[in-house]
Design a protein around this ligand. Structure first.
Ligand code: GDP
Length: 466
């Protein structure tokens, strides 16, 4: 069951959409009477996925006779407050014919902080031109916009497909623990509208604070209307390509940098310890980790410790080799080769050379972090998985049956989770497998799909059948 709440200002067509979805999908029940007094709630099924819909707009219209005097923000904020604890997903309904209103822009900043999947719907899009005009709403930073015309039902099926794709692919099959984990993480994490949490980590003096300034100097930093419980007060949001990135613990980075610059000798060791501790905490809260290295200094045990922590936590990541300007003949190829050699457990991480001082390369950091985040959330289609399966089968030796026929060790390959992508390989029992099998599988997966920036986990299990 997936609970979605329709939100949006009055007259955008929430109730029409609500009824249209009920008409489209199969109506199951209308809910317990006393709840409908407060809000319109109904349960329906779309392609085998049970949907519970809350039309928060009904509350406003039914109750508030002075609704006109309220601002759009107040109105939507109230709807969200009512629905947010119940809803797995929010659907923000807008009116294409009116375009983006300032109030919608303000409320979007608030919605981005909620860490709930949000789908923006551009309603009243009856013509091709109006459907194109919908994309204006992607400026709200809440991801792509689904055009619909609730009154005729156009686009509603596509919208329902998009909504229900947050559920497991085949709800009729008995879910395994891993499946349940996958569906939960789908709902929590996969929506492209959720801010990507990026931690910039590294030892003191590598240039984290300078990189942060270079990034914040360029991008639009969002000042949040009020603090939220899921956030640390020192987190800062920036919008890039219409997507929100939350940079974690920005003040901490700056404070430590300032101290490192002032202190020296024995106290430096103390700062290093503190920096590593802060970095470890930031890794825990992050989706993507940017591990900063100093091109002029060899990596110490602290950096190796952080690299290990990123790998252990299964976070997406990238490596930034800063202070490239101080290396007279900075050769990216050899830097990449050397860095990968130093951090073999982050072999999947892209490497970016930067100069925070001159600004070189810094522009690439957040886009690379967003790509890594997308890879971290990637779910392979059945066709791609089958192709990977085929490749792996060809690469590992076959077994002989008692009749002397050759057959594969492999029975099945499934993706059981995302963040990080996790695969289950089912093999035949009683056959000793080459140790390199997980590596062979991982290589095949990476050949078939873009997983740069994310670790991949492979679980090998042998089946009962022999
Ligand atoms: P943090 O402790 O990792 O936050 O490091 P800071 O950002 O405070 O930088 C430490 C020192 O390195 C400062 O003196 C910076 O000016 C200097 N620095 C940072 N990035 C660069 C760079 O790309 N090139 C050069 N030449 N110096 C840099």
């Amino acid at each position: 069951m997936l609970t979605i709440a329709l939100i949006g200002r009055t007259n955008v067509g929430k109730s029409t959409l609500f009824n249209r979805i009920l008409g489209r999908a199969k109506a199951l029940t209308s809910e317990i009477p006393h709840t409908t007094r407060d809000r319109n709630v109904a349960t329906t099924v779309w392609r085998g996925v049970e949907l519970r819909m809350i039309d928060t707009g009904g509350i406003e219209e039914g109750k508030a006779h002075n609704a006109k005097r309220k601002t759009i923000e107040d109105e939507i904020r109230r709807q969200v407050e009512l629905a947010v604890s119940d809803a797995d997903m929010l659907v923000l309904v807008t009116d294409v014919r009116e375009g983006v209103l300032p109030g919608e822009r303000t409320i979007s900043r608030y919605l981005r902080t909620l860490r709930k999947p949000i789908i923006v719907v551009g309603n009243k899009a009856s013509t091709e031109r109006q459907r194109l005009a919908c994309q204006e709403f992607s400026a709200l930073g809440l991801g792509p916009v689904s055009p619909v015309a609730a009154i005729t039902g156009a686009g509603v099926g596509d919208l329902l497909d998009r909504i229900t794709s947050y559920e497991p692919q085949d709800p009729s099959s008995k879910p395994t623990t891993a499946d349940r984990k996958l569906s939960a993480s789908h709902v929590e994490r996969e929506a492209p509208t959720i801010a990507t949490r990026v931690a910039i980590v590294g030892e003191p003096n590598v240039g984290k604070s300078s990189l942060l300034n270079a990034i914040l100097g360029r991008e639009e930093a969002i000042v949040l209307p009020e603090p939220f419980t899921t956030r640390d007060v020192h987190d800062v949001d920036v919008v890039i390509d219409g997507r929100t990135v939350t940079l974690l613990d920005t003040a901490g980075i700056r404070r430590l940098a300032a101290r490192a610059a002032k202190w020296s000798g024995t106290r430096l060791e103390e700062i290093e310890r503190l920096a590593v501790r802060r970095s470890l905490a930031a890794i825990e809260r992050s989706d993507v980790v940017v591990l900063v290295l100093d091109a002029t200094r060899p990596a110490t045990r602290h950096t190796k410790h952080l690299a290990q922590a990123i790998a252990d936590a299964g976070r997406a990541g990238l490596l930034v080799v800063n202070k490239a300007d101080l290396i007279s003949n900075f050769d990216p190829e050899s830097v990449i080769a050397n860095t990968h050699q130093l951090f073999p457990h982050l072999s999947w991480a892209p490497i970016i050379g930067t100069s925070a001082l001159m600004g070189g390369g810094t522009r690439g950091i957040l886009p690379a972090a967003l790509r890594a985040d997308a890879a971290w959330h990637r779910k392979l289609s059945a066709e791609t998985l089958a192709a990977v399966h085929g490749t792996v089968k060809r690469r590992i030796p076959t077994a002989k049956t008692s009749f002397g026929r050759k057959r594969s060790h492999l029975i099945e390959l499934q993706q059981t989770a995302i963040t990080p992508p996790t695969f289950l390989l089912v093999t035949r029992r009683r056959i000793r497998l080459p140790k390199a099998i997980p590596a062979i599988v991982e290589r095949a997966i990476r050949e078939h799909a873009d997983f740069e920036g994310t670790p991949i986990r492979i679980i090998v299990k042998s089946a009962k059948i022999s």
